[in-house]
Ligand binder design. Structure first.
Ligand SMILES: [Fe+2]
Length: 424
């Protein structure tokens, strides 16, 4: 860890070493076996429209569904998938539909933790936002009981689905839950979403005449904004056993502007990364994290980092659709940024690639581990500063070798971008 005189104290009395003094170590302290990110669930008020917009904007086909057509009278859910990345969009049906058949409101639900009242309250409070970060664990029941025994606030007790999968949830931050998913057997039938996603989901036939794939392959990190970092980090660390992977303090990116402190937690394999940010007060401009907390009505998910296997292709496809139902990106960096790029990265990127970075507005971050190509979208819904995507390609190391390339340049880029957006 950093020397005592280099630490920075957070408003909650938490001592952070900061980026340059932080010494990374992996104590392999997970309390239960965590395999990978499984899916991200967005709660919305109309899943058909929301899923289609994200499908088109991100190049992620809708691959499975659970709705009225599959016998689910409780909620409509559509699953988008690209590589290992799974996004689920869920909206409630009228609660009276199920009761007409003398069924309980949730009798036909495929997501057993779904609750009408919670879902409606969530959407009223947060707009379109992430409800669940789901991770695949070896044993969801064990993960749940272990978590609760170590202080996690339970949200939904373990439910066994079709003798094949177990789902359970604990509170993560704000109204976001950490969902544990595990599978009871290893039979995998590619045509059956029940074996690779969840039972009661049905496959949606691929629209082969219009294949969608812009190159997105997996989730790298899921970032939360919280009012107080010490409390949030200690809470999650205690019940998961995750270790600190990186730290950033307001000093790392300059205190003259609005600031934040940040800690990244990781599992043993460092494949599940949870960065969390808190606002720093008393600076010239209001912290963008504080602005987020006001617009989101409390803690919640700030952004998702998506790894592309070819960020140039992903960006070309996405930019074509920005104005026609897709997603928009941060403003282009100044031309001087790309003039300096040849001297900074000319040994890794060809002249053609540097030109393409400039045309597409891609940022380049280097350190001793490799090169990262990166760009941020604007926030994807109505709410200010809430829920955007951070596209990354781990250029020189390849997709499979590296997780969590959250270097200081990359952190500064996002910080300055948010400051530029934070007009309030
Ligand atoms: Fe990020």
């Amino acid at each position: 860890m950093g020397k005592e005189n280099e630490t920075s104290e957070t408003p909650g009395g938490f001592k952070l070493a900061g980026f340059s003094s932080f010494v990374r170590s992996n104590p392999r302290s997970d309390r239960f076996k965590v395999n990978r990110f499984h899916h991200i669930e967005f709660w919305c008020t109309d899943a058909t429209n929301t899923a289609r917009r994200f499908s088109w904007g991100l190049g992620m086909p809708i691959v499975a569904k659970s709705d009225l057509s599959t016998g689910n009278a409780t909620h409509a859910s559509y699953l988008l998938r690209s590589g290992d990345l799974n996004f689920l969009f869920t909206a409630p049906y009228s609660p009276s539909i199920a009761s007409m058949d003398n069924l309980s409101h949730t009798a036909t639900a495929s997501i057993p933790t779904f609750n009408h009242e919670t879902s409606r309250g969530f959407s009223a409070k947060h707009g379109l936002a992430v409800r669940a970060i789901a991770i695949e664990v070896d044993d969801a029941e064990l993960a749940f009981t272990t978590s609760v025994a170590h202080g996690a606030k339970p949200s939904a007790s373990p439910v066994l689905l079709d003798n094949r999968a177990v789902v359970a949830e604990v509170h993560l931050y704000g109204d976001v839950v950490l969902r544990y998913v595990s599978y009871g057997n290893s039979e995998s039938d590619d045509s059956d979403p029940g074996s690779w996603f969840l039972p009661k989901f049905e496959a949606v036939e691929a629209a082969s005449s219009f294949p969608l794939d812009y190159g997105i392959r997996r989730l790298d990190h899921a970032v939360g904004n919280v009012p107080e970092l010490a409390q949030a980090v200690n809470y999650v660390k205690e019940f998961t056993g995750f270790h600190e992977f990186a730290e950033f303090t307001a000093e790392d990116v300059g205190t003259s502007e609005s600031g934040l402190n940040s800690v990244v937690l990781a599992n043993n394999e460092e494949t599940v990364l949870f960065p969390m940010n808190e606002p720093v007060f008393g600076t010239k401009r209001k912290s963008q994290i504080q602005t987020y907390l006001e617009h989101n009505e409390g803690a919640g998910l700030q952004h998702l980092a998506l790894v592309s296997e070819d960020i140039f292709r992903t960006l070309r496809e996405m930019r074509k659709r920005s104005a026609v139902g897709g997603f928009e990106f941060m403003p282009l960096p100044p031309p001087t940024y790309y003039k300096n790029l040849k001297s900074r990265a000319g040994d890794v990127l060809s002249d053609e690639q540097i030109k393409e970075c400039e045309e597409l507005g891609i940022l380049v971050d280097r350190d001793d581990q490799g090169t990262l190509l990166q760009i941020f979208t604007k926030p994807v819904g109505d709410r200010y500063l809430q829920n955007f995507f951070d596209f990354i390609e781990l250029y020189s190391l390849g997709l499979e070798f590296m997780y969590g390339f959250i270097g200081l340049d990359s952190f500064e880029s996002i910080y300055h971008y948010l400051i530029s957006l934070n007009k309030f």
